[in-house]
Design a protein around this ligand. Structure first.
Ligand code: MN
Ligand code: MN
Length: 270
């Protein structure tokens, strides 16, 4: 599937940034790996929702942000997100999870009252991780401090420690830990615009080993797709972050990402 750069309703934007990753670099290579898997002739452009993501006008590609031209990465990312949110439904490809803070900041200028549905093994709520307020361990602390979202719902969490639990309580984050079992997203009465932030490490590393922080005991691909299909409200923007191709095995995690992209597009195109 080759994606046209047209006035599509839903558009990819790569954010190849991994300088705020606390453990391993490599996530900056993810957009290229995911595009490669999307283009692969081993699968079709159809999503399970019955939407052909390859039809003209549905799904296009804006390419990657190019960093290092003198502009600060944060401002550049935020402004690009705002511009796209005003034109279409953007689907951003990280990068490490730090990109979600400027992305949500940009999208929130167009869409107020966002509900963020955040899939992750980690809550990413650290007040200050390794003295870097922009760390990929902290984006949701920054987002909630700035009141950029009306609600933050976290699914798949399995690394909640006392500090992050206190942060979640302080910000009113609705944390649904993995050990509690299946979450009924449809029953959570989500209203208004939805931003989906999908950290690939929410999946069990058996399904997606290509991440920097492998945390066993996660979702299956099937469960994750079930969650995406159960989202009740309008998805106005989404990101898929933390694929680390350096850690991948035979490109299987990139293939999983391509599948998740198609299912997200299938839901956004409703
Ligand atoms: Mn994360
Ligand atoms: Mn994570």
């Amino acid at each position: 599937m080759d994606l046209p750069v047209t006035k599509s309703r839903i558009r990819l934007l790569g954010v190849p940034w991994d300088a705020n990753s606390s453990y391993l670099r490599g996530a900056a290579q993810a957009p290229a790996a995911i595009r490669g898997a999307l283009r692969c002739d081993a699968s079709t452009s159809w999503s399970e929702t019955g939407v052909d993501t390859g039809l003209p006008g549905i799904f296009g590609d804006e390419g990657d942000l190019e960093f290092g031209n003198g502009e600060h990465w944060f401002t550049q990312t935020e402004n690009a997100a705002e511009g796209l949110a005003r034109e279409c439904m953007p689907l951003f490809l990280g990068g490490d999870h730090s990109v979600t803070y400027p992305l949500v900041r940009g999208v929130a200028r167009k869409h107020s009252g966002l509900t963020i549905v955040h899939f992750d093994a980690h809550p990413d709520l650290y007040e200050n991780y390794e003295n870097n307020p922009y760390s990929h361990a902290s984006p949701f602390a920054r987002i909630m401090e700035e009141k950029l979202a009306a609600r933050l719902i976290q699914v798949g969490i399995r690394t909640l420690n006392p500090h992050q639990k206190a942060q979640a309580e302080k910000f009113g984050v609705e944390v649904r830990e993995m050990r509690a079992g299946r979450v009924d997203l449809a029953g959570m009465k989500i209203q208004g615009p939805v931003y989906v932030s999908f950290d690939l490490d929410v999946l069990d590393p058996a399904f997606a080993p290509g991440v920097s922080h492998r945390e066993p005991g996660g979702l299956s691909v099937r469960e994750a797709i079930g969650y995406l299909h159960s989202l009740p409200a309008v998805i106005v923007a989404a990101d898929l972050v933390e694929l680390n191709p350096v850690q991948d095995v035979s490109g299987v995690s990139a293939t999983v990402c391509a599948k998740l992209v198609k299912e997200l597009v299938g839901m956004m195109a409703r």
